[in-house]
Design a binder for this molecule. Structure first.
Ligand code: 5GP
Length: 176
């Protein structure tokens, strides 16, 4: 049991299991991208640990970049619009693999995928460490998902609670 700020968390998925699942998803990528040279784009902040472990298993040539989403109130009727910042490579005609920590409602990814396509990417796929299938609110094609989890708040292995707790090597789940 650990405490981060005002909440208590217990281990949900050990580091060993996380690493096994990451190796397994990397094997799938190694087959699918064997004859390609994609750009991986890690979405900050949460994906930094997953991206670092994932790329160590990859056997095809690839570049890796990190990018961030900035939220702002747009003029769309849907309310919040998010913008991609920090992508420096030209992704025109490139295969892009978005590396994400967790897909929850799917809204972040459903905003991001069209932005990559608008920049001329040849293909855009999502590779996420975690996904909460019950929470998905929008249609989203998540081709690579290492672990499906229940609809509970998790922390550790890059994921935070109010900025803290990203450093834990295991994944924790809130317990009070
Ligand atoms: P979505 O747009 O899919 O609803 O949300 C994705 C983002 O919400 C993730 O990148 C992550 O930052 C945050 N998020 C969603 N669920 C969790 C969770 O259980 N724990 C943490 N730490 N962040 C989460």
């Amino acid at each position: 049991m650990i405490q981060v700020k005002d909440k208590k968390f217990e281990i949900s998925i050990t580091s060993e299991v996380l690493q096994e699942k990451i190796a397994a998803i990397a094997e799938v990528l190694n087959k699918d991208y064997a004859d390609k040279t994609p750009i991986l784009v890690g979405i900050l902040n949460g994906s930094f640990m997953f991206a670092a472990d994932l790329v160590r298993h990859l056997t095809f040539p690839h570049e890796i970049q990190f990018a961030k989403f900035s939220s702002y109130e747009g003029m769309e009727t849907t309310g919040k619009v998010k913008q991609l910042i920090g992508l420096t490579s030209d992704i025109k005609d490139r295969d892009v693999i978005i590396v994400e920590d967790i897909v929850d409602t799917g809204i972040t990814m459903s905003n991001l995928v069209p932005q990559f396509k608008a920049k001329g990417a040849k293909s855009v796929e999502i590779c996420t460490l975690l996904m909460k299938p019950e929470k998905l609110q929008v249609p989203l094609d998540v081709k690579y998902c290492a672990i499906k989890i229940e609809n509970l708040f998790v922390l550790g292995y890059g994921l935070d609670y109010d900025g803290f707790g990203r450093n834990y090597k295991d994944l924790y789940v809130v317990c009070d």
